[in-house]
Write a protein that binds this ligand. Structure first.
Ligand SMILES: Cc1cc2nc3c(=O)[nH]c(=O)nc-3n(C[C@H](O)[C@H](O)[C@H](O)COP(=O)(O)O)c2cc1C
Length: 154
């Protein structure tokens, strides 16, 4: 075993394969999106999920102050969206969105979409855990997931 530092911690975590989501919120009629792989289920009854965002992340305050948000689980045909929404302050103008309820926009043609209400935020270390109640869901059984492992897409 090696004593932990940021480099070997990140490398170790990269061995955990995940799917990829884009979290979207709307503020002042503008859509904000961010690529997130810290998404996880939390509770079945009530239906709760969580994810974490770096406290230094661009537009952090916009996500922190949101009431509703969408979680868009990307398919293997949407790697471009993962790259796009991991940029600093990405534009949403050319992205194919569909309108959800509660002033939420959903990315079209995803593996799955979740409409959520943000119910709690817990600051821990340099990230904040966002806890959400899931209100509505949509999924497509005919698409395959985009995976992220060892800092690469599969
Ligand atoms: C595959 C992948 C997963 C990511 N997951 C997270 C995450 O869970 N939490 C987070 O805060 N940022 C995550 N990021 C980083 C953000 O998507 C984005 O790159 C970062 O917020 C942009 O930098 P900026 O905040 O300085 O603009 C991830 C990026 C990639 C490529």
């Amino acid at each position: 075993m090696k004593k932990i530092n940021i480099k070997n911690f990140k490398k170790t975590l990269s061995k955990f394969a995940t799917g990829i989501t884009v979290i979207c919120v709307i503020k002042d009629e503008k859509i904000f999106g961010k690529t997130i792989n810290s998404f996880s289920s939390l509770s079945l009854d009530p239906p709760l999920i969580l994810f974490s965002i770096s406290n230094k992340s661009s537009n952090f305050r916009t996500y922190f102050g949101s009431k509703f948000l969408s979680i868009n689980i990307l398919s293997n045909k949407q790697k471009n969206l993962s790259n796009h929404f991991s940029k600093n302050n990405p534009s949403s103008s050319k992205v194919d969105f569909i309108k959800g309820k509660n002033n939420i926009s959903l990315i079209n043609k995803c593996l799955a979409n979740l409409e959520c209400k943000l119910i709690d935020k817990i600051k821990k270390g340099d990230h904040t855990i966002f806890i959400c109640k899931v209100l509505n869901v949509k999924y497509n059984d005919n698409l395959k997931p985009l995976y992220y492992y060892n800092s690469k897409y599969y």
